[in-house]
Design a protein around this ligand. Structure first.
Ligand code: CAO
Length: 261
């Protein structure tokens, strides 16, 4: 057999293998092409920008037994009298706002061009929301002036809009800090991605019954909710974020203080 024949045989074989592969790739029954649109396209753009931010991450455990009792005590009456569904989130949003009163620097937008922070007086809390059309982040405005019942009503309103994907521009713009309640789906810790130009976002895990020790060293059944903060490390340091998170934890662990302070 000539050397040329062997080379030609091998090349033909390679060609036919490649053609087989090509044909396989072109077999439309085996895959589906999804073209990104709407909210998904926006997520592509916003997350690509966000991921260039140097993220600082901070996590903590919050003991929410009192919060669960408090919420369960008023949940049914609120549904009956006002037709409002009260979850834990309105308490968490209010606790966040209380912490912002002490640490307003987290409630800001970063202008990269002028290297300046615009610190807002209003607490417009963006809520990451799972909708039939993907991730949307509407915000609840002026939380600092709203009661827990008012925040619940607003949360119920945006949930309804989310189901119909009919948010107004106003609902989707002007958020100053973000929260993501991924715990409703599951999981304990997640590291959220900052929604630029905001500089901080918190992610809440699932409430879990876990063994812990109380101050006297007794083993107790605790209800633990985790929170993880991502903050823009160019303009926020770890100590500020930790102190801010401690204030928020205090209000979540002592929900009655949300009503009197
Ligand atoms: N742990 C345990 N239970 C929780 C919980 C948590 N972290 N969060 C909510 N629940 C409970 C609520 O209390 C409620 O229970 P009841 O029936 O006893 O009242 C139930 O789960 C349903 O709550 P809800 O849907 O009304 O939730 P919410 O008000 O806490 O949250 C919203 C609203 C819009 C944030 C949520 O529905 C949602 O879309 N979450 C998804 C967040 C998301 O997509 N994150 C990803 C962002 S990054 O890609």
């Amino acid at each position: 057999v000539l050397k040329e024949d062997i080379i030609s045989y091998l090349e033909n074989k390679k060609l036919s293998v490649n053609n087989d592969k090509k044909n396989k790739q072109l077999n439309n029954d085996e895959f589906e092409i999804i073209t990104l649109k709407g909210y998904e396209k926006h997520m592509w753009k916003s997350m690509t920008k966000s991921i260039s931010i140097p993220h600082f991450s901070y996590s903590d455990e919050i003991e929410v037994t009192k919060l669960i009792e408090f919420r369960n005590n008023v949940k049914d009456i609120l549904k009956k009298e006002e037709n409002i569904s009260l979850s834990f989130l309105p308490f968490i949003i209010k606790a966040l706002s209380k912490a912002l009163e002490k640490y307003p620097r987290l409630n800001a937008w970063l202008d990269e061009d002028s290297q300046s922070l615009k610190i807002f007086k209003n607490h417009n809390v963006s809520i990451a929301m799972d909708t039939p059309n993907g991730l949307v982040v509407p915000n609840i405005k002026n939380v600092q002036n709203q009661s827990i019942v008012e925040i619940s009503r607003e949360l119920n309103r945006i949930q309804l809009l989310g189901e119909k994907s009919s948010f107004s521009i106003d609902d989707l713009s002007g958020g100053t800090i973000s929260l993501s309640n991924i715990g409703i789906i599951g999981g304990t810790y997640t590291k959220p991605v900052i929604a630029s130009p905001q500089i901080a976002i918190g992610a809440i895990g699932k409430i879990q019954k876990l063994p812990r020790f109380d101050d006297q060293g007794n083993l107790i059944t605790a209800n633990i909710l985790t929170i993880t903060w991502s903050a823009d490390h160019r303009v926020l340091d770890g100590v500020t974020v930790a102190k801010f998170s401690n204030v928020m934890r205090h209000y979540m662990e002592n929900p009655s203080h949300l009503l009197i302070l």
